[in-house]
Design a binder for this molecule. Structure first.
Ligand SMILES: Nc1ncnc2c1ncn2[C@@H]1O[C@H](COP(=O)(O)OP(=O)(O)OP(=O)(O)O)[C@@H](O)[C@H]1O
Length: 608
């Protein structure tokens, strides 16, 4: 069993706010016993760690918050704890602010998010699609002709065909496995089927961040352009060429968690595709489903091996468990009618028929060091990763730990000074996009802050507040200006010439066409961004990546974090870090406790 990461607060005493919340809830529920107060403190802690609930079997008998200054708190043994909680009026049907259900203890808000998401999915799974078999089969064959010498089956075709049978589907796969290629063809198929019945569906594309939405739109536009000779113009027209962020889709209300679109004011959409689902947390997923009409078809895309969302939940990992690799016998029969012959699950792992995995990366061929390293890292195969790191792969270079100064100086001159020397903004952005330093942590000598300060000092010795070619990242949403946390821009001179004066510096942000300028004084919170945390790069890719690990093993380093960092690199990866730190990271897996998977599929271990 892998370690459950407690990245920030191991060893610290419980937060005063958690204690205050616990006291208030003890009063409300009328149980003032210490063990219950501790349970309430722990559920708050669990939420901060990204779990949606307190999973009793994991916490039972454990001592938490032990430190030099705090004696620690020991939780009851499982049987005793279950008994105590079962005796309180906190079942799903009680009207309490907490819920105890099947060994999971929730704040009711989170229990409601989870049950709502599960109910919305089940509702969509209950409507089995009437895939018009002969014409769907012909269209599938036209859109997925297969390639000469391709090993059967064509998993992209399987995924598209499988998504016809219900109103909710997940297409999961690693980088470059063709998720967007597949979903664009699936959209063509769905639009054609709908159009033949006289209706053109309204289709929307969305992603959790602006960057991810931009990449999704670019990939769909590219995939769509390859279909022109296969599709009627009206079908082509109905495939969107733009994607939006989930927040913009739902309609942000400033200073509120609520959105303009909700169950009272649903979105006008028939098919919704959302990419990069690993980044979507449980509350956002619940709010998304609230805003969708029941007849809307939902297709989720993502890489279930990536880091889970920053906030609570592990929605994609819950929806796409790695051990489910086959369809139920019933689904295999339905697929056979569409010309796809597959072996059904015979080990009880089937039954998640909404889920399709794409298995072959187009980006990383069999000999690619990046592809091999990513696969070994996410499987926790330490020796396998070290073999790749030590092997002679052109695309992967490993440099053990040590002082970073020389390396930073080299990256500055090779990759970052050329941005300041670019002839125009377009070239400057292309250079910025070509290389990025990624770190697990913000602090420490090998963290983002220190690296950014050191590179800035080399490129901006006069310490001007803003300088030509300085990359900046917005760190707080500003809805009025249309700038969002994670948006990246460049400081660059104004195009307008002024007689006798150097043109003023402006902050420029990429837009659909060209770049949008902004006076630097108006920028919301931002920071210089030569290096960034791996968390912040989710949804982005760079030609070349330098992954700088901390000097010592760290609780925040996990195989999912390393995998996410590795797979940001398209063609070249440099790893800087000692063997012990690397091994410690690969050996730790992120595990998030949630009841979503059980609500959808049941959990065999719960019936033991
Ligand atoms: N069946 C195919 N035939 C030809 N090219 C393909 C096929 N599938 C994918 N590709 C190409 O492989 C590349 C990656 O595909 P795509 O962007 O769809 O993958 P993805 O899984 O969405 O990637 P990402 O990890 O960027 O989200 C693209 O250049 C795409 O055109």
């Amino acid at each position: 069993m892998s370690a459950v990461l407690n990245p920030v607060r191991e060893g610290e005493a419980p937060e005063a706010i958690d204690q205050a919340l616990a006291d208030a809830l003890c009063e409300w529920i009328g149980c003032r016993e210490d063990w219950f107060r501790h349970t309430l403190m722990a559920v708050s802690e669990a939420l901060q760690e990204g779990h949606t609930c307190l999973h009793l079997p994991y916490w039972a008998g454990q001592t938490r918050w032990q430190s030099d200054t705090f004696p620690g708190i020991r939780f009851p043994e499982l049987a005793e704890w279950r008994q105590g909680l079962s005796a309180l009026a906190i079942s799903p049907d009680d009207d309490a602010p907490v819920v105890f259900e099947r060994d999971r203890f929730y704040l009711r808000r989170y229990w409601r998010f989870e049950t709502e998401v599960a109910a919305s999915i089940r509702e969509r799974l209950a409507v089995t699609g009437s895939a018009d078999t002969p014409s769907a089969r012909a269209t599938l064959e036209r859109l997925f002709p297969g390639e000469a010498g391709q090993a059967a089956p064509d998993w992209q075709k399987v995924a598209a065909a499988n998504a016809l049978f219900q109103r909710f589907s997940v297409i999961a796969g690693g980088p470059g496995t063709g998720k967007t290629h597949t979903v664009t063809r699936l959209l063509a198929l769905l639009i054609e089927m709908s159009a033949s019945g006289g209706e053109m569906p309204r289709v929307h594309l969305a992603a959790p961040t602006g960057k991810a939405a931009q990449r999704l739109a670019e990939s769909v536009v590219k995939a769509r352009s390859g279909l022109a000779s296969d599709l009627e113009p009206r079908v082509m027209e109905a495939i969107p060429q733009e994607a939006t962020t989930l927040h913009r889709l739902l309609g942000v209300i400033p200073n509120s968690h609520r959105f303009r679109h909700n169950d009272d004011n649903p979105l006008n959409v028939d098919i919704l595709v959302v990419d990069e689902i690993s980044m979507v947390d449980l509350p956002l997923m619940a709010r998304l489903f609230r805003a969708l009409p029941p007849e809307c078809r939902v297709i989720l895309l993502g890489d279930a091996d990536q880091l889970p969302s920053v906030a609570a939940g592990s929605v994609l990992a819950d929806l796409a468990p790695r051990d489910v690799k086959a369809y139920s016998p019933e689904r295999c029969q339905q697929l056979a009618a569409l010309g796809i012959e597959l072996d059904a699950a015979d080990d009880g792992s089937g039954g998640v028929d909404y889920l399709s995995f794409l298995r072959e990366s187009r980006r990383f061929g069999g000999s690619s060091g990046i592809g091999q390293l990513a696969a070994a890292a996410i499987s926790g195969h330490e020796e396998g990763t070290l073999n790749v790191l030590r092997g002679a792969h052109e695309d992967v270079v490993w440099q053990g730990g040590g002082e970073l100064s020389e390396q930073l100086a080299a990256w500055t001159e090779q990759n970052y000074r050329p941005i300041t020397e670019a002839t125009d903004l377009k070239e400057a952005f292309a250079r910025l996009q070509a290389f990025r330093i990624l770190c697990p942590a913000r602090v420490g000598p090998n963290g983002v802050q220190s690296i950014n300060e050191r590179i800035t000092a080399a490129l901006n010795p006069e310490r001007q507040r803003f300088f030509r070619g300085q990359p900046i990242m917005i760190t707080r949403n500003h809805y009025g200006l249309g700038l969002y946390n994670g948006d990246i821009g460049l400081i660059w001179p104004d195009k307008a010439e002024r007689e006798g004066e150097a043109p003023p510096l402006l902050a420029w942000f990429p837009a659909e066409e060209g770049f949008i300028p902004m006076a630097p004084g108006r920028l919301p919170d931002h920071e210089t961004v030569y290096a960034m945390t791996i968390h912040k790069t989710q949804g982005s890719e760079f030609d070349s990546v330098a992954l700088v690990l901390p000097e010592r093993p760290s609780a925040i380093l996990s195989r999912e974090l390393i995998y996410t960092g590795i797979t940001r690199a398209r063609s070249r990866l440099m790893v800087i870090g000692g063997e012990a730190v690397w091994r410690a990271g690969i050996s730790q897996a992120v595990e998030r406790h949630s009841g979503l998977g059980v609500r959808l599929r049941g959990d065999p271990s719960e019936h033991r």
